[in-house]
Design a protein around this ligand. Sequence first.
Ligand SMILES: [Zn+2]
Length: 279
Amino acid sequence: MRWFWWTLFTLCGVCGVAHADPPSRVHRGRNVVVARPSASVGWPNHGSLDNARHLDASGTVRILPGRVLQWGTDELVGLLERTAIRMKRPAQQPLTVGDLSARAGGVISRHRSHQSGRDADIAFFARTENSRGDSRPAPPTDYVVFDRAGRSLDGTLHFDTARNWALVQTLLTDPRVRVERLFVSTTLRALLLQHARATHSSSRLVTLAANTLVQPARVSPHDNHFHLRIACPSGDRQCHTGVWLPPPPPRRRRVSPSRTHVRPATTHGYAPSRPATDR
Ligand SMILES: [Zn+2]
């Protein structure tokens, strides 16, 4: 579909054609300018973002305090907006979102990925519970770590398995965007899948969730938030699936001990360790 939007933009320049989803529209006076479609370039851990769309706070979307990186592809922002609307009733609170990407993508602090507009962090739904067992949704003010039993470390909050499963279900059944990964810790993943089976979710959905919910390797286990990564938008030819791996350094020729003194060691500029391969 990307070619369609691009052609539409190129041919019309300024027009008022209605559309069902992105790209976004900018109102200038009586005209509606169709913004150029976004493009995810490269990999999540080695990429950039063109014509980014901003995720705005609203009645259904809440941005975590202090987070200012809410730029993503049209598809990612559209998915988050639709999900937040669909979750409003079951969650009884807005969808709380942390970082997406910088406006032009690229490296940002605290993240190894989030570079190409396809990643977003989402706070878990949590609830409080009093001694009588009454439960209430607890809007998060920051990411909260939950242990294998679904309790916060200070014991005041519970991982709201039902609402978090509803969120997973909503993301995975979106009609327009395919979720590539939902990073979450192995223990919380187990709670979610256990709940899904206990509540008789379809076996197809449970299988899809089991394949999508993953604890990433060699980074934070994601026991305090979901990390959402969407698949490359169809037609986004510069978007690459998977993660970028740097080319291995060339093999050093074995030098006989008698000659080592004439060839000083050098790294030739190669990094001593491999960069991130996940998240
Ligand atoms: Zn993340």
